[in-house]
Ligand binder design. Structure first.
Ligand code: FE2
Ligand code: FE2
Length: 272
């Protein structure tokens, strides 16, 4: 299926929204260098989004430098193997929490059915050879923030668990990508471990913007369904933080999850 590259903001393009979950496949560009963000599963009957993104980059003469994703949920990462094959020279960048969660299968109840999704890593191993999972990322960082560059234009990644324990925000050309975060009041997220970390994550993003004196003007969701242009980003973060503070007061059990450390899990599953 042919698709057009949609320009959503300066240097920010949407190659399409894929699969039944309509996850955005994003291209962030500066000076011909790109970061490709999200690796969604294909839409039924269509070719893999990796091939669609590649064709668009080739038409523009752009080069994919980085492959990044907002969080290690299946709908955002199911095509890792295809992206790896399609962009062999790109650097896969991931927060070190990601491989841990990607290695796990996802399961959840919906409409009375138990849905089980195999780990994206099973696909990676099958399709890319029997590589050990860490080898599938070229660059794994452990810090809370990371600065990348596209032809001199900074692209920041900020570890910010709220919707999932592997959430990473991406900040590029004044747009804050918040993954699958619910903003403002009423977050329906059921992942208590991540929700209890929400305040900490929001404070981290706020502090990052303040310390850098960075003027973020818009907030985009990874699915591309909520594009908040020219909004008061500080107010959006403040209101979201205040909501979560209120939830913590109403649900004191959440506090038990405060010490739920990625480090603990990581060391348990993957002792070095
Ligand atoms: Fe998600
Ligand atoms: Fe999602």
């Amino acid at each position: 299926m042919s698709k057009d590259l949609e320009k959503k903001a300066d240097g920010i393009y949407l190659a399409g929204r894929f699969s039944e979950w309509l996850v955005g496949a994003w291209i962030l560009e500066s000076g011909g260098e790109c970061a490709v963000m999200e690796m969604p599963p294909p839409t039924a009957g269509d070719i893999n989004p990796a091939l669609i993104v590649k064709k668009m980059l080739d038409e523009k003469g752009w080069k994919c430098r980085y492959l990044i994703f907002s969080h290690p949920h299946w709908d955002h990462t199911a095509s890792i193997a295809e992206y790896r094959k399609t962009f062999p020279d790109a650097i896969f960048v991931a927060h070190y929490s990601a491989p841990l969660f990607l290695k796990m299968s996802e399961y959840y109840w919906t409409k009375g059915y138990l849905i089980l999704r195999e780990s994206p890593w099973d696909n990676v191993k099958e399709q890319c050879g029997n590589e050990w999972f860490l080898n599938n990322f070229n660059y794994i960082y452990q810090s809370d923030t990371l600065e990348l560059s596209l032809a001199g234009e900074p692209l920041y990644l900020i570890y910010a668990p709220k919707h999932s324990l592997g959430d990473v925000h991406c900040l590029f050309k004044g747009v804050l990508f918040t993954g699958d975060w619910w903003l403002y009041e009423g977050d329906p997220c059921q992942d208590l471990a991540a929700c209890s970390k929400a305040v900490e994550s929001i404070e981290r993003v706020e502090k990052f913007l303040t310390d850098k004196d960075y003027r973020a003007h818009s907030i985009f969701s990874a699915h591309g369904d909520n594009l908040f242009y020219d909004i008061d980003v500080a107010e959006a973060l403040t209101r979201t933080r205040q909501y979560h503070l209120g939830v913590e007061e109403k649900m004191p059990d959440l506090r038990d999850w405060k010490n739920f450390g990625i480090d603990v899990l990581y060391r348990y599953f993957f002792p070095s």
